[in-house]
Design a protein around this ligand. Structure first.
Ligand code: SF4
Ligand code: SF4
Length: 326
């Protein structure tokens, strides 16, 4: 994640990205200094290092990486020099204002060594980005990157084409057009991050105990698809606001392991799961939500939000994430 800054403020954003974040972009020096440690553990796509796939290689993300195109170019160049396989960039296409600019930027990235592009399509980003820009980015990316172009999520893209969407689309318009069809009956949607606040009204709530024996989906700790932010936080999977330690010191972290003694929130999560975390928080005065929780991540985040506002926990970083959820 080059920064959390994004021109959009999607209701489902796992990382609570928005235009309100201070940019704090990762620097070229940091990329040059720290990316070599990460490079050693990045696995290529099963199709080979020249190909992209969602859970392999390295994707440059945010926030919106095209907000700082010069940095993105440099990041790709550094990754290519390190021979990092299966690189791609993830974008909401806000910047694809005309054909010329779109082609020039995609071509420039390809020339620096980028292997592919992943394009976001869903009802949430569509509140901010005119659909014509998405269509332009998809068309041009196919021409520049061939098969290394992924639409996430294709189901929504097909639906938007079928509905003849133009311009931006509000959630109310979307729900009207789809006749109230659920937002995620068939399409993957994680009820975590900002979604726990902005979409909770659309889903049934349950008492906390319902989530005590539910495994994290996907796994909380895993050796694939983790995120590394511009502040140095090594975040497990999609768990915004949780830091396992500094990826700027990845070699040391891997060698010594995660310091759980100084990270009580992580310690409870790892060893006792949600029941342990809830008990810890209740002892610190956490008030359970009487209306219940829509997902395990909702419970987890609500607890963490409370804890982050009461004490400075190393593992609850970046702190701006919690502030942006308010
Ligand atoms: S476009 Fe992506 S990064 Fe930006 S707010 Fe939406 S989900 Fe988050
Ligand atoms: S419950 Fe917490 S730790 Fe588990 S996936 Fe959700 S946010 Fe991550």
């Amino acid at each position: 994640m080059l920064s959390y800054k994004c021109p959009a403020e999607c209701r489902h954003c796992m990382y609570a990205c928005s235009p309100k974040w201070t940019g704090d972009w990762i620097t070229v020096d940091q990329l040059e200094q720290f990316l070599p440690q990460l490079a050693k553990v990045i696995r290529p796509s099963p199709y080979g290092p020249q190909y992209m796939s969602l859970n392999h290689g390295l994707h440059f993300s945010g926030g919106e990486p095209f907000l700082n195109f010069e940095l993105l170019l440099k990041a790709v160049e550094i990754a290519e020099a390190l021979r990092i396989p299966s690189t791609f960039v993830e974008t909401n296409c806000f910047w694809c204002k005309n054909d010329k600019l779109t082609r020039e930027r995609l071509q420039a990235l390809k020339e620096k060594g980028l292997k592919g592009v992943m394009i976001s399509v869903n009802p949430f980003y569509a509140e901010y980005v005119p659909f014509e820009r998405t269509d332009r980015c998809i068309r041009t990316s196919q021409e520049v990157f061939g098969a290394n172009m992924m639409v996430y999520q294709l189901e929504y893209y097909r639906m938007f084409k079928r509905l003849g969407i133009t311009g931006r689309l509000s959630i109310d318009q979307y729900l009207k057009l789809t006749l109230g069809e659920s937002l995620s009956d068939t399409v993957e949607l994680f009820l975590m991050g900002r979604a726990t606040e902005k979409l909770k009204g659309l889903y049934p709530s349950h008492p906390s105990k319902r989530f005590f024996n539910t495994p994290c989906q996907p796994d909380f700790l895993r050796s694939w698809h983790n995120h590394f932010d511009n502040y140095g936080n090594f975040m497990p999977g999609y768990c915004g606001g949780i830091s396992l330690g500094s990826w700027f010191e990845l070699d040391r972290l891997v060698k010594k392991g995660i310091d759980l003694e100084n990270r009580p929130v992580l310690k409870h999560l790892v060893s006792e799961d949600m029941k342990g975390l809830l008990d810890f928080a209740l002892d610190m005065g956490y008030p359970e939500l009487s209306e219940g929780y829509v997902s395990k991540c909702h419970l987890c985040l609500d607890i963490r939000k409370y804890l982050a506002s009461s004490e400075d926990f190393e593992e609850l970083k970046p702190i701006q994430f919690y502030e942006q959820l308010k």
